[in-house]
Design a binder for this molecule. Sequence first.
Ligand SMILES: Cc1ncc(COP(=O)(O)O)c(C=O)c1O
Length: 399
Amino acid sequence: MLQLAGRMGRAKPSAIMAVAEKAKKLKAAGRDIISFSIGVPNFLPGEHVYQAARDALAKDSGQYGSNRGADALLDAFLKHMEDLGLTGYTRANLSTGIGAKHVLYSLAEALLDEGDTIAFPAPYWTTYVDIAEIVNAKILELPCPASQDYKLTVAQLDAALATKPKVFLFNNPSNPTGMVYTKEEIIALAEVLVKYPETWIITDDIYNRMLFDGLEYYNFVQARPELRERTVFVDSLSKTYGMPGWRVGFMAGPEAIAQAVTTLNSNHITNIPEVTTAAAIAALSGPQDVTEAKNVEFQGKRDLVMAALAEIPGVVCPRPQGAFYVFPDISVAFGKSHDGKVIGNDIDFCNALLEAKGVACVPGSAFGEPRALRISYTCPTPQLAPGMQRIQEFFAELK
Ligand SMILES: Cc1ncc(COP(=O)(O)O)c(C=O)c1O
C-alpha cells in the first residue's frame, strides 16, 4: 500500500486549534462561549498599514521578490532592532519568512540534522515540539514548574548544555506563561551560555514589545556580545502589530544562518509578497501608538485576570509581565468532580469548563505542563470579567 512519508507520523495537528474548533462548534450550536484559547492579539493594525498595502496594490506589486526580503523591509527591521538595543547588524545578518513559525521551521532545517538534540525550557510554545519532531531531532525538555516561576535556572541551563545539545531554544516573553526574564536573569544565563560554544542559540522573542510594569527588553547578545556569532534572534509582526494573518517573520543572526534561511526561502516560498512587504514596512516604521495603547490595555487585563485567580483557593499563578497569557497551575482541581464528571487532568478540566461554563482555555499539557491551563486574555474587554467569574464558579462547584 502507498504510504505517506515517515515524518508525517510524527507531525501532529495543533492542540490549541482543537480547543478552538470545539468552542467554535458549541458557539455555532447557540452556546454563549467566551474564548480564552487562541493566542491572537485581537486588534487591527493602524490605518497607515492598510494604506501602504493599498498603495502597493495600485502599483505593479505582483512580481517575484527577494528571497531574503526586500531591502526596505530589512532596513525597517534593522531599525526596529536598534530601538530594542540590538545594534551592529546588517542586511546580511537578516532573513524573513511567512511568520516566525516558518522562520523557526527553516532554522530547524538549517541547524538540526536527524538525531541532533534541541533543548528548551518547558512550558514551551507547542510548535517547538512539532517542528523538532518533523525534522526528527531529539528533544531535551527543561522543566520549569510554577514553583520556580516557570523560569529556567542557571543550574538547569548549565546541566543541559553540558550534554552538548546542537540548539538551545529560548522564548522571552513566554508563550504560554507570559513570564519575562529580568536583565539580571538574562545576564546570569548568558554567563552559562558563553561556557558552551558548541550550542547554537535561538531566542524567540516575538513578544519583545509587549512588556509590563516598566520592564525593558533584554537579550543574551546584549549581555555577552560574543554570543552574537551563534545566536539567532527571531521576531514577528503577528502579535506586536495585530497582524497574525499577514504572515511576516524575521531572523537576525550569523550571516551563514541568514544565508541558509534565505536559500530555504528560495526553495520553499521564494519571497514574502510585495503587498505584505509594504504593509510590514509601514507597521515597523510608522506610528507605534496602536501597539503602545494595546500594551496598556493588556497590562490592565493581566491585572484583572490575576485578581480573579487570586480569589480561587489552591490555584497558584506566577505573575506574568508580558505577552498576553496567564498560566495558572490548576492541579488543585485534579481528583475532584464537576457535575459528576471526574477531573483527572488538565484536559478533563478544560473540557468540563467549556461544556459547563462555555469558557475555552487550552490545557497546559499542550505546552508541556499538564498541571496548568493557558488563559489568553485578548478577548473583548466586556467578556473578560464574566469569563473569569465563570472560572471562579466552576472551581466553587468542584466536589
Ligand atoms: C512564542 C511564539 N513564537 C512564534 C509564534 C509564531 O508567530 P507567527 O504568527 O509569526 O508565525 C508564536 C505564535 O503564537 C509564539 O507564541
